[in-house]
Ligand binder design. Structure first.
Ligand SMILES: Cc1ncc(C[n+]2csc(CCOP(=O)(O)OP(=O)(O)O)c2C)c(N)n1
Ligand SMILES: [Mg+2]
Length: 626
């Protein structure tokens, strides 16, 4: 007879999660070392009871962390998982209805970024006995629909456990998807509140220690030969290094490949730091917010080797950055979805394995010396542009680029800077000097305002030996500052730099360039005469707000005070907010690329008509790479 254990569904899930491990390159670690949550009637007596039992009886090792907003706890989990190269993540439990749907944005962020996170939204009663339960959506056309169906398109695996025994296949499928580098993203197991509390006799084998091996798919030798042939024929090759290089831990292999071949290496947000910024082949960020060096080389490139990149529109400057009419692509990617982009020679493999194989196949081959010299010269030229942006004197409020420069020079190479949305990702992509693959943590697949502070907690938990610096604009701060209280309660030290410019520098200047005159992009009083939101500055005090949440706060005026404030924040051992005001209007770094944002084709406004003419012009260079 099979040995069984009598537990509730929630208790069984907690015990199961505590027994899951991931393994890569011989290193085993807990796949899900902790659970984040916010309790309500949907989970307090189900998962909540199971976690209490785990914490107090030693039944299972699964610590619980209390977030302040469910979206925030998903961001914390993503930050953690990204730092841990997708080999570990957290689970997130939420109550029914709003608690659960608050996680939908986090789920989309995780899936877009290809970062694993396990979501456990509570669901309406499986028995439907008390329907409609508080917060239940009633659908007149279908009895089985709940708000949790909203997770389906943003999850890589979705299931609803309407009977206890369904947990066994559902939980196993969830682990498979979380640990598959091709499939990974948000995994959602919806748990009806009655089922969570229902007992069942579980097969003991369900709880055995289970290791999920994350393997390194090797490339097909014929594909390696095709890729090598394409590169050997290249006169102006360029590498685009994406996040896949970092998640695969292929930094040494990328460096060795660059050293051996001399091919210039541009990076995406997720790939920045994979090759140190001052490596002789490094040419910096590519695309809409790319460096002059990377974008010039992309315009001239005849062969592009994309490694671990999903080629977002920011990377390709909306399909305009590659200018050679005959440009060919070679894509090394673990996911065929990405390998196949731009009609590439597909090298479907783990980035490390693929680089090793391609490097061996290309042994002795080097990119043209003139091309290498040109790339080096362009990179040096861009270094001078960066220096100028870092040192720009501007008043009365400083330029954001000078604040970023002071920060870059004050931080140590291993310190992590986090950012996600606003004008800073662009400035960082062009100017930030990263020499460590984990030092640049910019979420720019979903570019979600609110990720910054919330993820800081998870990033610090992933590597407490590093200083973690959250860079956050006032807009993002106002969307999700509450997780400062979580950091304080957990005793997690993060430095938060709040860049106050009273509005959206990013969307404001975008609006201006598109003929929409910065409409509705500044935080201002409504002007009684114009009727628009362009009155005086609001008396909003974000430093006081941060202090009210329990953070230590330093107000800095100007670049020199800012530099000192960061030094003091580094010396502190509790969460410290550095508040600095910058000029909403720049000066900005010289923009090098285009971004496709459509402009109204007809308009009563002269500004829009002019912008539309410029848009039509820019659009001409956009194309598919066939
Ligand atoms: C959740 C979310 N809503 C809206 C946007 C669109 N958006 C991109 S940047 C931005 C403004 C950001 O303002 P702030 O954080 O102050 O940064 P700044 O542009 O001033 O640097 C907005 C609204 C977004 N990225 N995320
Ligand atoms: Mg702002």
């Amino acid at each position: 007879m099979t040995e069984t254990v009598r537990l509730t569904t929630a208790q069984a899930l907690v015990r199961f999660l505590a027994a899951q491990y991931s393994e890569r390159d011989g290193v085993e670690q807990r796949l899900i070392p902790a659970v984040w949550g916010i309790f309500g009637h949907g989970n307090v007596a189900g998962i909540g009871q199971a976690l209490l039992q785990a914490a107090t009886t030693g039944d299972a090792d699964l610590p619980y962390h209390l977030a302040r907003n469910e979206q925030g706890m998903v961001h914390a989990s993503v930050g953690f998982a990204k730092m841990r190269d997708r080999l570990q993540t957290f689970a997130c439990t939420a109550s029914t209805g709003p608690g659960s749907t608050n996680m939908v944005t986090g789920a989309a962020l995780a899936t877009t970024n290809r970062i694993p996170v396990l979501l456990l939204p509570s669901d309406m009663f499986a028995t439907r006995a008390p329907d409609p339960v508080l917060q239940q959506l009633e659908d007149a056309r279908a009895g089985d629909v709940s708000v949790n169906d909203a997770f389906r398109p943003v999850s890589k695996y979705w299931d609803r456990v309407t009977r206890p025994e369904q947990l066994v296949p559902a939980a196993l499928a969830a682990m498979r998807v979380l640990t598959d580098p091709v499939e990974t993203g948000a995994v959602t197991l919806c748990l009806p509140q009655d089922v969570q509390a229902e007992a069942h006799d579980w097969p003991a084998g369900f709880f055995r220690r289970r290791v999920w091996h994350v393997d390194r798919p090797q490339p097909d030798p014929a594909a390696v030969a095709r890729a090598a042939e394409a590169l050997r024929g290249a006169r102006r090759p360029l590498i685009v290094a994406g996040g896949g290089v970092v998640y695969s831990g292929a930094m040494a292999e990328l460096r060795a490949f660059a050293d051996a071949t001399g091919v210039p290496v541009a990076d995406t947000h997720a790939g920045k730091g994979a090759l140190a910024w001052d490596h002789p082949c490094a040419v910096g960020g590519l695309g809409s917010t790319g460096t002059g060096a990377a974008n010039t080389l992309a315009r001239e490139a005849d062969v592009v080797l994309g490694i671990g990149t999903r080629y977002s529109d920011f990377t390709t400057a909306s399909h305009t950055v590659f200018g050679d009419p005959d440009v060919r692509f070679v894509n090394l990617n673990v996911a065929r979805l990405d390998a196949a982009k731009h009609s590439a020679v597909q090298l479907v493999a783990d980035a490390r394995a693929g680089l090793e194989a391609l490097g061996a196949e290309l042994a002795g081959w080097r990119a043209d010396a003139g091309h290498r010299r040109r790339a080096r010269g362009l990179a040096e030229e861009w270094a001078r542009v960066t220096d100028a942006c870092y040192r720009v004197e501007h008043g009365p409020l400083p330029a954001q680029t000078a604040v970023l420069g002071a920060l870059n020079e004050t931080l140590d190479p291993r310190d992590v800077v986090i950012n996600a949305a606003g004008s800073m990702p662009g400035d960082l992509q062009m100017l930030w000097r990263a020499s460590d693959p984990k030092a640049y943590h910019v979420e720019y697949a979903y570019s979600c305002m609110g990720y910054e502070i919330a993820s800081g907690t998870g990033v610090k938990m992933a590597d407490p030996s590093r200083e973690v610096v959250v860079l956050v604009g006032d807009g993002s701060y106002l969307m999700m500052a509450q997780e400062i209280a979580t950091m304080v309660s957990e005793g997690i030290k993060v430095i938060i730099v709040v860049v106050q410019n009273h509005g959206f520098a990013s969307i404001g200047s975008l609006s201006d360039s598109l003929g929409s005159q910065r409409f509705g992009t500044a935080y201002r009083y409504r002007d009684t005469e114009s009727g628009l939101l362009d009155g005086g500055v609001l008396p909003v005090d974000l430093a006081a707000n941060a202090a009210s949440l329990g953070a230590r706060v330093i107000r800095a005026e100007g670049v020199e005070e800012f530099r000192e404030a960061v030094e003091r924040a580094k010396a502190a051992d509790t969460t410290t907010v550095v508040h600095v005001e910058t000029d909403l209007y720049g000066p900005n770094p010289p923009s090098q690329g285009w971004w496709d944002v459509p402009v109204s084709e007809v308009s009563d406004l002269e500004s829009t008509r002019r912008a539309h003419a410029a848009y039509t012009d820019a659009k001409r260079t956009q194309r598919h790479y066939l």
